[in-house]
Every structure is written in C-alpha cells, then in structure tokens.
Design a protein around this ligand. Structure first.
Ligand SMILES: Nc1nc2c(ncn2[C@@H]2O[C@@H]3COP(=O)(O)O[C@H]4[C@@H](O)[C@H](n5cnc6c(=O)[nH]c(N)nc65)O[C@@H]4COP(=O)(O)O[C@H]3[C@H]2O)c(=O)[nH]1
Length: 718
C-alpha cells in the first residue's frame, strides 16, 4: 500500500477525509489524482480489488472510486464484498470504467451498491463535483455520528447518575401518572418501578399543604406552576410510602416541555425525616433545660414578656417566684455532680407536682428555679405565699439519692405584677432580691419583695458605684495597729487595716466594702495595692527610721485562690529589698475551708518563700485543731469575742486557755486580739500568750501616727 508520492499511508492525517482509488493501472491513479488535486482529502491507492478490500477494512473512507475491469476480482465483486461488511457497507462507491457505457453494466453497478457510475474518459468537472458532494455527505454523516455518540454517552451518564444518587427522582406525565422512578425513589416509596409505573402521583405525594386534605393533580400547586413553565419548590412536603405511612420530604418539581406543551414533570425529592428529628431536637434544646426538661431561662423570659403584655391589657396581676435551693453547693461538693444533677431533677419533680396547669416553671441555671403564677385574677399574693409554703415543705423532706440521704431546703423570693415592677427586668430583679432576703433571713422561708428591699438594693448599687470610683481615684488608706510581744513588752509588729472615707466624714468599714469588692470581682485590685503600700511603708520605716518590724496583712478569700500570689509577694519584697520575715498574712478558718485545696497550695508556697501565715478570728469558725496539724501555719489569733468575754463567761477563759496551750503544742504562736483592758492583758500574760493587740495598746492609726508611736516606743517614751 503506497501513496503516490511514495509515503506509506496508515491513517489519514489532519482530520482530512480519505479517498480510496482502486484501479489495476497506476496511470489511472495519476489521472484521477490530477483531476482531484484541489480536493482537500488524503488519497489512498489500491491496485486490485483484493487490496482495495483489505485497505477498506482497515481504514475509514469517505468515498471509494472503483475500476470495474480488474484482473482476479473485478469492481462488481469488490463492491459486493464491501457491501457485506458492516464497517464498509455504507461507504459511497463510484464505479469508473472504460467499458461500453451500456445500461446493463450501469444497472449491475447500482445493483451491487454503487452510488454513481462514471465512464472513461473521465469528465474532470463531473468527477470533482461528485466527489465534493460525497465528501460533504461524509462530513455530515460523521458529525451526526459524533453527536449521536455524545448523546448516548450523556444519556448513559445521566442514567447512572439517576440510579446512583440518594435523591429520589419521580417522573410523571401531564396527567400525573408515574412514568419514571429511580432506585432511590423506589426504596423510599417501598415499591419497584413496575408497581409504581402508571399509578397516580397523589397516591404517594400529598399535593395539598394539609395532611388530611387530598386534591387532584390538576388542582395542585405543583401542576399549576409546572404547567406555567415554572419550577415548584417545597421545603417541607409529605410523601406516603406503600404502607401509607407519611414521611417528610423536601422536593423540587420541574416541567418537561414539548414545544409549548407541558408533557410531564420531574420531581427530585429528599427524605428529611432525620433532618427534621435533629431540627426538633435542636429546637427542644433551645427551649428547654436539658437536665430537668423545664423551660430554660430564654424561653421563660419570652413567656414572662407575654404575661406582662397580657396582664397589662387585661388589668390583671400575676406573681413571680424565684426559688433557690439551700445548701445545694455542699451536696454537689460532698457527693459529686451526678448526685447534684439527680437532686435538681428530683426538686423539679416535686415542685412540678405542686403547680397547676397554666402556671409556668423554668430553671434559670444552677440551683435556681422560677415560677410564673398567672392562672388567677385575684388573691395572687395569697396564692403565691401558699405555693411558696408548700414548696418549702416538700423540699425540706429527705432526699434519697444513690444511697445517700440528705436534707436541703429552699429560699423563695416573690415579686408581684404590677406592685413590684411593671417591666420585665425590674420584676425579675425584684423576685431575686426577695429571694436573697429569704436566704439572709435564715433560709427555708419566703419573702415578698418590698420597698425596703428596693432601697437596700439601691444602696448596694450605690456602694458599688462609689467603690468603683474609690478604686479609680485611690481613696483608700492604710491604718496600722501595733502588736505587743507580751514576754518582752516590745512592739515587734503591727497589723495593716484598710480604711475608706468616701466623703470625708462618713466611714464605711472594711467588713462592709471588702465583701462587696469580692462580690464585684475587684478585690484583687485593692489587695495588690495594700501589699504594695505595706512594702513601701516597711521600706520607709527601715530606711528613714531604722525600724524593722513585721506587718500582718489580711487576705481575702479571692486572693487566697490566686495561685501566683506568693510568687508576686516574693518578687515585691525583692524589689523593695525587704527580708521575707517582715511581712505575714492573716487568713480566717472559713477562708481555708472555702477552697481547702487552693488554700493548702497557697499556704505551702508562702511557707516555701519563708513568709508566715496566721489564722485570724480563731475559735469562731470550725475550731478544729485537727486540720491545723496538717497546714503550714505559724500563729493563731484568738478572736476578740473570747477576749471581751474573758471575765464575763468562765467558758471564754477556758477556751482561751485551751487555744494557747494547744497552739503551743503545735508549735504555733498565739496572738490575742481586741485586748481593751489591763485585766485582760494580765490574764493573757499569765497564760503565756505570745502577743496582744487591741485598743489598750493602740487603736489602728494612720502611718504617720504609727511611725511616731514606734519611735516613741523605741525611745522608751511610751
Ligand atoms: N472592738 C474592738 N475592735 C478592735 C480592737 N482592736 C482592733 N479592733 C478591730 O478588729 C478588727 C481586726 O481585724 P480583723 O479581725 O482582721 O478583721 C478585719 C478584716 O477581716 C477586714 N479587713 C480589714 N482590713 C483589711 C485589709 O486590708 N484587707 C482585707 N482583706 N481585709 C481587711 O475587715 C475586718 C474588720 O476590720 P476593722 O474594721 O479594721 O476592724 C479591725 C480592728 O479595727 C479592740 O480592742 N476592740
């Protein structure tokens, strides 16, 4: 197989169509090539029918020019064989012959499948134009074939997609009869395609918005929109499976058009049962308290807003009860959170049994509950009080959880609309304030919100405001009260006591503002200032007056929880070039018991740094010597109450004696505070108490006065 120019031909190149010339005489090849030299095609040449056949089987030809008269296999036989083969049967064949242009041969040529018949000498123009036509036809045929191939590929891809996607696909005709279903659809509806095909869509799709209502296909929104050429989208639709069980779906319906006519609809749908369940769960979570199942704070507040609107327009009253469990923290700490959680659930059950339909109960968080009593028009004060009493009664009965039996109780505050407030916030605050009042009046009781409480709340708010200003403007001052060593009669130290005079004359004691600052979370700021101030003062006494003494600083409970405090103090002492034993800290027993773990950690860190710690107000709190053995402490300060009662109650003298002796046994120093009389001092000296502090020696005094006192004492002017 040779191309005329001698290049071997295997396939056509550059996408040009192939033309095969089958003729036993090479000069004929040349003649035809010359005639067709302008035709854009690749020419292949065969010198016999057999060669032509084998080339045609290997290559695609747009046209084959076939000589009729050839040795061995003539053109007719070649043509018949070409027609027998599937791949060559449609190739246009043009016979070229030098034979007589008899009709008989011509017919024979057409019989074996020729598309044309040309006689030699060849009319060049006629051959060129015929070849052009066949090439054009071939071009169109191959394009058509390509398109057909594309369509088939697309179709099978789409089919694969439809069959494998999780979405159900449902095709219906214009009458709403099912014409197509994909496997996902069959699975969701529970029937095979054969049993779905031809059935009305309304058997499986609720075409109305109401579950009970059934409407005809032509009356449905789906049909109407699709018929108008639009898409129909349903976020929450209902489908039925073969058992007529309803399930939620999200679906999209698209019309199929034939020209202007809607011939069907394709519905793509998703089963959203799972999604709906999750949504419902989320919505429950958003509305209800997970532990007790009661309304959560947010939902309760919405109801309260509505209750205010209703009460406003109906001129009716209602009550709000704020319930706080007494001693819940202890239960939680002692028995663990699991028991605490079960306790909250049991509380919620007991209270729920007492409230009536129409009343609302919510959990505000922690151990706080809130109840809205709205179901009566009059006597709501009396009803609220009765309910509060019953709640306190049922909650004072024993709780048995996980083999533990314990007793709690409840403090309840009651606010009423409109007396306690007409707006949401004031009402909630009023109920809470009343609850605090109930707590501070010994727990296990209820209190109504009163004007007086309101005044107290306002005063507390004002105190807060003033304290913020005091912190910002540094309105505090340190006073010092000397500590006398009873053995030597020398003043070896003093206690720093903070003072605040908000407006010159008025004095607010540290007993009031320190807890308030703790509550405000601002005690750290004042605490840091106090320690710094003490160090500054110590430095001044040392450098300016050669006085070296030890100053005791009171710590607040929050400071004791500050892990970094000991290290900070150590750094500060270094910064002021002060020895470690020139400062000591005082903490109370209750502070240690509040968070024993962090107390032990802080005390140990102080001990490690060589900074002493003493227990203040000893005897008023837990009064247990047991824990003292295990804590790194240096001294005990006997509470001034015992000193004051020394000669009033025999018991006090015994207690003081016992404290001194036991403290010494534990290698602790003893300081008596609140010593006001010589008699008290003498008693303490006799009993071997180490130090005394009190008005007898000196009241707490400003730094300057303390300097004079110390200098006078040193110089023997006392
Ligand atoms: N009746 C009587 N009272 C005497 C006598 N000698 C001293 N006092 C008073 O007794 C209190 C002793 O302080 P405390 O027990 O540590 O009790 C202190 C302490 O717990 C706290 N506090 C005072 N200053 C500070 C401080 O700087 N930081 C911290 N965190 N708390 C402080 O406030 C409490 C009360 O402090 P103050 O009002 O200064 O009251 C002081 C003091 O003025 C006396 O002979 N008779």
């Amino acid at each position: 197989m040779q191309q005329e120019n001698g290049v071997e031909l295997v396939r056509s190149d550059g996408g040009l169509p192939n033309i095969l010339i089958v003729d036993d005489r090479p000069e004929n090849h040349r003649v035809i090539k010359r005639i067709l030299h302008e035709v854009k095609a690749t020419f292949h040449y065969a010198h016999s029918g057999k060669e032509g056949l084998s080339m045609a089987l290997r290559e695609k030809y747009a046209v084959i020019l076939l000589d009729v008269m050839m040795p061995d296999m003539d053109g007719f036989e070649t043509a018949s064989l070409l027609r027998c083969n599937e791949s060559t049967r449609h190739v246009p064949l043009i016979f070229i012959t030098a034979a007589d242009p008899s009709k008989e041969l011509e017919f024979k040529g057409y019989e074996v499948g020729a598309v044309d018949y040309l006689f030699k000498p060849i009319n060049a123009h006629s051959l060129r134009s015929k070849i052009q036509v066949f090439l054009e036809l071939e071009d169109q045929r191959s394009r058509l074939q390509r398109t057909l191939g594309d369509v088939q590929r697309l179709e099978s891809k789409n089919r694969l997609l439809l069959e494998s996607i999780g979405e159900g696909i449902l095709g219906v005709d214009a009458q709403g009869r099912i014409t197509y279903t994909n496997p996902a659809c069959e699975k969701l509806l529970g029937l095979p395609e054969a049993q779905l095909s031809g059935r009305g869509i309304q058997e499986f799709v609720n075409l109305s918005h109401h579950q009970e209502e059934h409407i005809a296909w032509q009356d449905s929104q789906v049909f109407k929109r699709c018929n108008a050429g639009l898409t129909f989208h349903e976020e929450f639709g209902l489908f039925y499976n073969k058992e007529k069980q309803v399930f939620p779906v999200k679906y999209l319906a698209n019309p199929i058009h034939d020209g202007n006519r809607m011939v069907g609809v394709v519905i793509a749908f998703q089963d959203i049962t799972q999604r709906r369940k999750i949504e419902e769960q989320l919505s429950r979570l958003a509305q209800f308290d997970t532990l007790t199942g009661l309304l959560n704070r947010g939902t309760f507040e919405k109801h309260l807003h509505r209750a205010i609107e209703r009460a406003d327009s109906n001129r009716r009253g209602f009550s709000l009860l704020h319930l706080d469990i007494d001693h819940f923290r202890q239960v939680n700490d002692q028995f663990g959170h699991d028991v605490g959680d079960l306790l909250l659930q049991e509380v919620s059950h007991r209270v729920c049994r007492l409230i009536r339909d129409g009343d609302l109960i919510g959990r505000l968080g922690g151990d706080e509950f809130i109840i809205l009593l709205e179901s009566f028009t009059e006597h709501h004060n009396r009803n609220a009080a009765q309910l509060a009493e019953r709640i306190i009664d049922v909650l004072s009965e024993a709780f048995k959880i996980h083999g533990h039996e314990f007793f709690i109780g409840a403090s309840i505050g009651i606010a009423t609309f409109p007396e306690s407030g007409e707006l949401f916030e004031p009402l909630l605050q009023a109920a809470e304030l009343a609850m605090f009042k109930a707590k501070s009046s010994g727990r296990q009781n209820f209190q109504f919100f009163t004007e007086e409480l309101q005044q107290q709340a306002l005063a507390a708010m004002e105190l807060e405001r003033n304290l913020r200003r005091a912190l910002a403007q540094q309105e505090f001052e340190l006073y010092y009260q000397p500590k006398l060593e009873l053995g030597s009669g020398r003043i070896l130290g003093c206690e720093a006591l903070v003072r605040w005079k908000p407006d010159g004359n008025m004095t607010i004691g540290p007993d009031t503002f320190i807890p308030k600052l703790e509550e405000m979370g601002r005690i750290g700021q004042l605490g840091d200032w106090i320690i710094d101030q003490v160090c500054r003062q110590l430095k001044h006494w040392r450098d300016e007056h050669g006085l070296s003494l030890c100053v005791a600083v009171n710590l607040s409970v929050k400071q004791l929880q500050q892990e970094a405090l000991p290290e900070q103090v150590g750094l500060l002492l270094d910064q002021y070039e002060l020895p470690r034993d020139c400062i000591e800290f005082e903490i109370t027993e209750s502070m240690m018991m509040h968070d024993p773990e962090s107390a032990v950690a802080t005390l140990s860190a102080f001990q490690f740094l060589g900074i002493a710690v003493s227990v203040d107000d000893f005897g008023t709190g837990y009064s247990s010597f047991g824990y003292l053995q295990h804590l790194p402490l240096d001294a005990l300060k006997i509470d001034r109450l015992f000193i004051q009662r020394l000669f009033q109650e025999e018991k006090s003298a015994e207690i003081v004696r016992a404290i001194i002796s036991l403290a010494h046994n534990l290698n602790l120093k003893v300081i008596a505070e609140g010593v006001e009389t010589q008699q008290q001092l003498a008693f303490l000296q006799d009993e071997g108490c180490d130090f005394a502090q009190g008005y007898l020696i000196s009241r707490p005094v400003p730094a300057e006065e303390m300097t004079q006192l110390l200098l006078g004492h040193r110089d023997g002017k006392q």
